[in-house]
Design a binder for this molecule. Structure first.
Ligand code: ZN
Length: 292
């Protein structure tokens, strides 16, 4: 049987990671600094450099190539948008990269790569319909059905973080008010804590055992908002499993208090959906890129 090779490159704000899968087994991994302050040409050169190492490793054998990057390619303009490596926004990034690397490629955002990787190689392996959720600085997500990403006509499938949780609620960078992300992402919660004069990191806040009244109320609201947001998703598409990723997925009480609160928001008696921690950790992005 011929060997199948998939190269994945995860373009992050500080580092670029590259792996090669051979029949879905990792055989090569390397990383290089992004050095985004040196501009877009430099970033493209860094990607080129690490890609050359990867193809040298597999002696130029036939392969697929996928790129994981925050942001997305606009279906209207084909230009990259919403990337936190801001010097790349507004560039025809896919075309430039395909020319530079002389190879066709697929690009997906980090949340979709996370969902795909967990569906194929991680916590969702035994399930057909997966919702992968990132609760990090922001809230993102992706749907995978039968090991294939669901993208959608607007290329925003899984963007639950920008559905409205509270009408006329907190202002969001997306210009709307009351988005899920402004309540239950790391960034959203930090802001809430700050606004109440609570100077704790998100991690320390959840670890603190003797919470005062205000802190307890913020905690309850957080779990309730999480439950409501999950309930909305479960009521509309009822995935087989929900896999949590991002920094906030490490909060133990999400899997107890958070999950327990979901029952009141679903259109059924008791929640059957497993809501679990990811298995691939920080590697999900680069694995997902390789699997595109
Ligand atoms: Zn928003």
């Amino acid at each position: 049987m011929a060997l199948e090779h998939n190269i994945g490159i995860d373009l992050g704000g500080t580092k670029i990671e590259c792996i090669v899968l051979e029949n879905q087994k990792e055989i090569f991994r390397d990383r290089i600094l992004t050095e985004s302050e040196k501009g877009s040409d430099h970033i493209l050169n860094q990607i080129h450099q690490i890609y050359q190492k990867a193809i040298l490793f597999i002696e130029n054998q036939k392969h697929t190539l996928g790129i994981c990057t925050p942001g997305s390619i606009s279906p209207d303009t084909n230009l990259l948008r919403n990337s936190n490596t801001t010097c790349l926004n507004g560039l025809p990034f896919k075309k430039i990269l395909e020319d530079k690397l002389a190879h066709p490629l697929s690009i997906e955002n980090d949340a979709n790569c996370f969902a795909l990787a967990e569906a194929v190689m991680g916590a969702g392996q035994d399930h057909a319909f997966i919702f992968g959720v990132i609760m990090g600085t922001g809230c993102g997500g992706g749907f995978v059905h039968n090991k294939k990403l669901r993208v959608g006509p607007n290329l925003i499938s899984g963007e639950w973080g920008h559905s409205i949780l509270h009408t006329n609620g907190h202002a969001c960078f997306c210009q709307k008010q009351g988005c899920v992300e402004t309540y239950i992402s790391g960034g959203g919660l930090s802001k809430i804590l700050n606004n109440h004069g609570i100077h704790l990191s998100v991690e320390a806040f959840f670890k603190k055992e003797d919470k005062n009244n205000i802190e307890s109320r913020i905690y309850q609201n957080f779990m309730n908002d999480f439950a409501q947001a999950m309930g909305n998703i479960i009521n509309s598409i009822d995935p087989d499993i929900i896999i949590l990723g991002g920094g906030l997925s490490n909060i133990d009480s999400l899997y107890t208090d958070g999950i327990n609160a979901i029952n009141q928001y679903i259109f059924s008696e008791t929640l059957k959906t497993p809501i679990v921690r990811n298995q691939l950790g920080d590697s999900a992005g680069v694995f997902g890129a390789a699997l595109l």
